[in-house]
Design a protein around this ligand. Sequence first.
Ligand code: FAD
Ligand code: FMN
Length: 603
Amino acid sequence: MSTSDTGQRLPIAFDDHVLRQLAGDFSEQQLLWLSGYFYGRYAAGSGSDLAAAVAQVAPAQTTPAAAGRRLTVLYGSQTGNSKKVALQAVEAAQQRGLNATARDMNDYQGRELSKEEVLLVVVSTQGEGEPPVAAEELHRFLGSARAPKLPQLRYAVLALGDRSYLQFCQTGRDFDERLGKLGATALAPRVDCDLDFHADARQWIAAVLDVLGQPATSAAVSIKRAPAPLTTEAYSRHHPLTAEVLEKIQLNGRGSTKETYHLELSLAGSGLQYEPGDALSVIPTNSEALVEEVLRATQLSADAPVLLKGERLRLATALTERLELSTLSRDVLERYAQHQPQPKLRELAGATQQLQAYLYGRDAADLLVDYPAELSAQQLVDTLRPLPARAYSLASSLLAHPDEAHLTVGAVRYDAHGRRKQGTCSCYLADRVQVGDSLRVFVERNEYFKLPQDPSANIIMVGAGTGVAPFRGFVEERAERGASGLNWLVFGNPHFTTDFLYQTEWQQHFKRGTLAKLHVAFSRDQTDKIYVHNRLLEYARDVYDWLESGAYLYVCGDKQRLAATVHKALVSVVQLESGASLEEAEAYVRALKKQRRYLEDVY
Ligand SMILES: Cc1cc2nc3c(=O)[nH]c(=O)nc-3n(C[C@H](O)[C@H](O)[C@H](O)COP(=O)(O)OP(=O)(O)OC[C@H]3O[C@@H](n4cnc5c(N)ncnc54)[C@H](O)[C@@H]3O)c2cc1C
Ligand SMILES: Cc1cc2nc3c(=O)[nH]c(=O)nc-3n(C[C@H](O)[C@H](O)[C@H](O)COP(=O)(O)O)c2cc1C
């Protein structure tokens, strides 16, 4: 072991002068990138590809002291995660003497970019690779001919996303590419974060600020968390609350094609708080049947020892409790392809359209059968991705149900590729969790899908199926608070007799006046299908009048069908009732979204 200039002992057996020789003629900038590259190689070798990406940001090299330098942290966020990270970045930058400000893309003009010198972008991806509403305009502007050249700008991008989506972190990628094309210089390579973004975000902030200014003291690097306003954040994916199930009720009547459960959980003694509009994430386990399919396909022993994040486990335990099996993603296919002699799988992982078709309805056992490979238990564990928690909209108000959290869960079951399949978490809750059992949960705050601050504002709530869940919490909350604003629910599901979720509660609210309007769309109760968007068109005059008088409109439920059809119906409502052209009506609806008066919580 040798010793460096600073007296630190180098953990590897070569001298500092060897390093100096290697560095040779490299410029400061090149050294910056190289240090990141090597650290990235190291981190990749240590098993974390995210850490590798993060580490490509040079850990210690800095430009001259940057005290007082202006820094803008621009965020584009749908549920508040990117905003949270942006605020952490500002706080950390201020601790290092930088003049940092957080700006919401929703209120940011593209032409302001010409005045920026240093820009950190934190942005999530929504839909299928689309920007969040708040980022849409800036995203479009940067890709347009109107975007200015930005040679003065130095920037870094942190992309938030979810690896289960094929267009992983697409919006962050777009921002990175577009800023680069406009002549801006990347301070550091972009980092793409999966759902569990906190640690990566913290590392990215510290690393980018290291590049920008004096390296922080260790105290400054560890970003102080603002005292959580609610005890919500005391519990997380890594420190979930164990909550007892108090009630579990099947909401659909006999003969329904749907299977929806109402669950009530106890939060007693936990201090856990939430607001209507937030979601509760549940950490599930995989079913025994699926674990057995995987073991059968690999011919591996359930008892084979494996190492997962430094913990020694039985393979069956890792498969049951830690690894995602019911869905596949591109990164899993890419890793698996390394153990697979056929080039076909590698090609498939690289071809988005074919990959999308392949992934639909296939699970880990399908992949192992379709493309057999000899792999050890450890290689299997290293190939699969961590089992993510699943989010469920909170269907209750703490004011109406102190110390309780209610959920509305639709069981996902389908036949595909020769087997009956089950959604991991929904069927864990439907089949294996009983009253008296405990669930591991934490709150996912949704900063924007919230009731209006003004209790006198009217609200229109459009929900289909389990999409009604947050609206139960909304109406309870407004009833408890005695809010004077009117509540209007438009609810859809297949049949009146079997699928009118929370029917008696809505009727009671209607009687008491805490629900001013209730319209239902039972799609299969008549020959012509009727959906919630049809009801919006039918009551176009009222919808338009309410919107004109400042009402908020909320949409919750199916991402693919509901969000798009409701959007289209609203544009028609505006056209019909105001005589606006299609373009004007679209601009009207877009403005509602920008003002955060038209809010979606779709999945
Ligand atoms: C903010 C938020 C709030 C949510 N709120 C609710 C809620 O209130 N209630 C609720 O029930 N859910 C809600 N969800 C959805 C929930 O998080 C889960 O995605 C859902 O329960 C399915 O998870 P699972 O583990 O059961 O299924 P998974 O194991 O994740 O399997 C689902 C996957 O199976 C595949 N699949 C499903 N059906 C078919 C089919 N017919 N053919 C082929 N493949 C298919 C698809 O690839 C799908 O992605 C919410 C999601 C978000 C992000
Ligand atoms: C309906 C929906 C669609 C999403 N689509 C994508 C996607 O296409 N690609 C991706 O990487 N992440 C996707 N995500 C994941 C989000 O980007 C991720 O949850 C992120 O942390 C949200 O950050 P925000 O609160 O700042 O918007 C999606 C999430 C939801 C709920």
